[in-house]
Design a binder for this molecule. Structure first.
Ligand code: SF4
Ligand code: SF4
Length: 438
C-alpha cells in the first residue's frame, strides 16, 4: 500500500503558506533520506511554454532548493528540450528553452542553483535504457543529466493534457525526463502501427496555394516530409519521424489526421518512459514526487495559453509512488465540483463524482486512467494507496525571511536617515465624513 501525503490549498498564516506546505510535505514524505552530503539532486519541473501562465511559480522551487542545500545536497533544476509540437516551438533547443524559462522567471539568480537543460543543446545527450518491462516501448532515451544525478525531486503541476489526458507525476517523469529522441519514441514516432507515418492524409481537403498558411505548411516539417505543390500538399510517409510540428497547421485544416488509437497508446508509452527514467536514475528509492494541484487548467503548460481552471485548487501531494500520487489527484478532482464557466461546465461535468480530466483534458476523450493503469501493470507504482492529510507545521521560524526584529533592524536606519516621519506629522484632514465615504 503506497502512502500519499496531502495538504489542502487553504492558507491563512505563515505556517499554512503553500510554500511552507510544500516543504512540510517534503519532510513528511522523508525525501531528505534520499540525499547524502554532496549528492547531485535534480529538481525536475516543467517551467512553462512561452505565454503560458499556469505553470508552477518559481518560489516553490526556490524553497525546495534551499531545503536540498540545507541537507547538504547539490541541487540543479532540470528540464529537457521538447519536440517541436507546434510550428513555432519555443523550447525545442536548449538555447530557446533557457530564453523562454528566463522570461517565465526561472534563472539561477531566482532559484538559487543552476538550471540545466538535461538532454543538451538539441536533445541528443541521453542514455539508452533497455525496457523489457515496457507495455509498448522496449527501450527509451533519458536525458543524461537526469540519469546521472544521484536522486531526483519530481515537482509536477497537476492539470489536464491534450495527449496524456492529464499531466502529473507520471507525465512529468515520462515525457519530461525523456530526451528529444526519447520524446519521439514515446510519441510513437516511426511506429509501424500507431505512428504518425500511418496517419490518414485527406489531401482532397487541401486548398493548395489558395491556403493562407501554405508557405508555413511548406516549411513546417524539419525532415521535409510535407511539400505544398500547386496541386496540393503531399505527405512522404517514409520520411515522417512523428515530431508533431505540423499538427498546428495541416492538422488544423483537417488534411492530417491521427492513426486509430494514437492517443491511447501514447498515454501508455508515457508510463513506459517514466519507468525508464526511474531506472536511469537508479530505482524508485531515488525519486520523490510532489504534485501541486493548483491552477488546474484543462491543458498542459506546454501550450501557449492557460484556460480557466476546471476545478478549484485541490492542494499539494507528496509520495514515493508516481502512480499512487496521480491517482490521489484524480480522485480529488473527481470528488470536487467543477469551476463555474470553465470548460467543465461546457462538457457537463460540474457535479462532484464525475471524472473531470477525461472530459476536459484529452483532445479525444481518452481515459484518464491509462497512465496509472499501465504504470501499475509495468511495476512503476501501485494503484493501492492510503491518503494521509498532514497538519501544518507549528513552528513557522524556518520561513521567516529574517530573524532581526524591526525595532533593531529599522530603528538604527531610521535614526541614521531620519526622514521617514516628517516633523509635525503628515498633512491630512483631521476628520472626514465616514458615511459619505461608504
Ligand atoms: S495541408 Fe492544410 S495547411 Fe497545408 S496547404 Fe493544405 S490546406 Fe493549407
Ligand atoms: S510530417 Fe511527420 S516529421 Fe514532418 S512535421 Fe509532421 S509529424 Fe513531423
Amino acid at each position: 500500500m503506497a502512502k500519499v501525503y496531502f495538504m489542502n490549498d487553504r492558507s491563512q498564516s505563515l505556517e499554512t503558506s503553500l510554500v511552507a506546505k510544500t516543504t512540510t510535505l517534503f519532510d513528511k514524505a522523508e525525501f531528505g533520506k534520499m540525499i547524502n552530503p554532496g549528492d547531485v539532486v535534480a529538481i525536475k519541473l516543467h517551467m512553462g511554454e512561452y505565454n503560458n501562465t499556469a505553470y508552477i511559480r518559481p518560489v516553490y522551487i526556490s524553497a525546495l532548493v534551499e531545503k536540498v542545500k540545507s541537507l547538504g545536497g547539490n541541487p540543479m533544476v532540470v528540464d529537457t528540450t521538447t519536440l517541436p509540437y507546434s510550428p513555432f516551438a519555443s523550447r525545442a533547443t536548449a538555447l530557446d528553452h533557457l530564453n523562454t524559462i528566463a522570461r517565465n522567471g526561472f534563472t539561477q539568480g531566482v532559484l538559487g542553483c543552476p538550471v540545466v537543460i538535461a538532454d543538451g543543446y538539441i536533445g541528443t545527450d541521453d542514455m539508452n535504457i533497455d525496457l523489457p518491462e515496457g507495455f509498448i516501448l522496449k527501450e527509451q532515451y533519458i536525458a543524461s543529466a537526469i540519469g546521472l544525478a544521484d536522486c531526483m525531486i519530481m515537482v509536477s503541476h497537476f492539470k489536464g493534457h491534450p495527449m496524456g489526458t492529464y499531466g502529473g507525476a507520471i507525465k512529468n517523469t515520462g515525457v519530461g525526463c525523456a530526451s528529444k529522441r526519447g520524446k519521439l519514441n514515446l510519441h510513437l514516432g516511426g511506429h509501424p502501427t500507431y505512428g504518425l507515418k500511418n496517419r490518414p492524409w485527406h489531401d482532397q481537403l487541401c486548398t493548395a496555394k489558395e491556403c493562407p498558411t501554405w508557405e508555413l505548411c511548406d516549411n513546417v516539417c524539419p525532415v521535409h516530409a510535407i511539400k505544398v505543390l500547386d496541386t496540393g500538399a503531399t505527405f512522404d510517409r517514409e520520411k515522417c519521424i512523428g515530431c508533431l510540428s505540423c499538427v498546428g497547421v495541416a492538422g488544423v485544416c483537417g488534411v492530417a489526421g491521427f492513426p486509430d488509437d494514437y492517443f491511447d497508446v501514447t498515454a501508455a508509452a508515457i508510463a513506459d518512459s517514466a519507468l525508464a527514467a526511474v531506472k536511469a536514475i537508479g530505482g524508485p528509492e531515488k525519486v520523490g514526487y510532489i504534485n501541486l494541484a493548483l491552477d488546474i487548467s484543462p491543458w498542459c503548460d506546454c501550450v501557449n495559453f492557460s484556460d480557466r481552471p476546471i476545478v478549484p485548487n485541490l492542494g499539494i501531494f507528496a509520495s514515493k509512488d508516481p502512480v499512487a500520487i496521480d491517482l490521489a489527484c484524480l480522485q480529488k478532482a473527481t470528488e470536487s465540483g467543477g469551476m463555474p464557466d470553465s470548460i467543465a461546465m461546457a462538457k457537463g461535468v460540474m457535479d462532484p463524482g464525475l471524472p473531470k480530466l477525461t472530459a476536459c483534458g484529452s483532445m479525444m476523450g481518452i481515459s484518464e486512467f491509462i497512465q496509472p493503469n499501465v504504470g501499475a501493470k509495468i511495476g512503476l507504482g501501485s494503484k493501492e494507496y492510503e491518503l494521509e492529510e498532514v497538519p501544518p507545521l507549528e513552528d513557522p521560524q524556518p520561513f521567516l525571511f529574517t530573524e532581526v526584529p524591526p525595532g533593531i533592524k529599522l530603528a538604527k536606519t531610521f535614526t541614521k536617515k531620519g526622514d521617514i516621519y516628517p516633523e509635525g506629522g503628515f498633512k491630512a484632514e483631521k476628520e472626514v465624513d465616514i458615511e459619505d465615504m461608504r
